[in-house]
Design a protein around this ligand. Structure first.
Ligand code: PDD
Length: 286
């Protein structure tokens, strides 16, 4: 299947970039990941708006306009063999002829790369049990609102989770839950849905926005505010959300069951409800 590189569609094996590319040397670039259902991109405008915000945040000119990006995404979707896909977009600050920290001269073009892969969804049996997570100290930088390709702290946290046989690492900074290593986190306590606020210390998730919209339109009591580590540990339900995981219950945290009573360690009713609302929403807009 062809990939997109710098204005051309070509086979992956023929797509080459310079070892001096600043994405390779410094992680100096940005990315997006867009889910595609039945060959239709989900929330494409929102993803492209976040891409623009991240590019502005690292002072990199958007190489394509909205129509240009949509054409690339559409071309990848129609040529890929799968109905459900994930489209990855990446822009780096390009390759100069030397290694030097400051921005290259404006004559150096950015490197633009995009490709489609099959969308890997969560099997029903995993959804039925939920997944395990650990908590770790958030060691990322202070602009976690930007979707940049330098993901080393996220990768180290996620690997720690994998080595503990867990699906996700929840990032705690100064005693407060920010998000997961590759997801946003919601908490339910006493029938109220709690969501950490959008600050520079959290990625503004596209799925997060959909969940909040669905909670509001469904009359679900909702509080958008900081969640302490203690509140997290005392939660009735904990969910992770992302473009690929959708809404997935976290049922074990640091080896302890999430929740109390007969439902402890099992996915809770509000998470089930939200997952259903999300499916219905997908089907109506798709
Ligand atoms: N990750 N927070 C972080 C740190 C993330 O990396 C992601 C997404 C999210 C959820 O954002 P969204 O709902 O827009 O997918 C939150 C993607 C899927 C990834 O890196 O693969």
């Amino acid at each position: 299947d062809p990939v997109y590189l710098n204005g051309r569609f070509l086979p992956l094996a023929a797509a080459g970039i310079s070892p001096l590319d600043r994405g390779f040397l410094y992680g100096d670039g940005v990315y997006e990941l867009i889910p595609v259902y039945s060959r239709r991109p989900f929330r494409l405008d929102e993803h492209l708006t976040r891409l623009q915000a991240t590019l502005a945040g690292i002072k990199l000119t958007n190489p394509l306009d909205l129509a240009g990006w949509k054409a690339v995404v559409e071309q990848l979707i129609v040529t890929a063999p799968w109905d459900d896909q994930s489209i990855y977009l990446q822009v780096t600050r390009g390759a100069d002829n030397k290694r030097d920290h400051p921005f290259p001269p404006p004559t150096v073009p950015p490197t633009v790369f995009a490709f489609a892969s099959p969308l890997v969804t969560t099997p029903a049996e995993v959804r039925a049990t939920g997944v395990a997570a650990i908590t770790v100290t958030d060691q990322r930088w202070a602009r976690c609102d930007l979707k940049v390709i330098s993901l080393l702290a996220n990768i180290l946290a996620r690997q720690q989770a994998v080595e503990a046989n867990c699906a996700e690492a929840l990032l705690i900074r100064d005693g407060y839950l920010k998000e997961g290593a590759a997801s946003n986190i919601f908490v339910v306590k006493g029938g109220v849905l709690l969501a950490p606020p959008k600050t520079q210390l959290m990625l503004p998730g596209i799925t997060y926005d959909v969940v909040i919209e669905l909670a509001k339109s469904g009359g679900q009591p909702l509080e958008i505010r900081e969640i302490s580590e203690n509140e997290l540990r005392g939660a009735d339900e904990v969910w992770m959300t992302s473009s690929t995981k959708e809404i997935l219950a976290i049922t074990t945290l640091d080896g302890q069951p999430v929740g109390n009573g007969p439902n402890a360690g099992r996915p809770g009713p509000l998470g089930e409800q939200m997952w259903q609302w999300y499916q219905d929403f997908k089907n109506t807009v798709m």
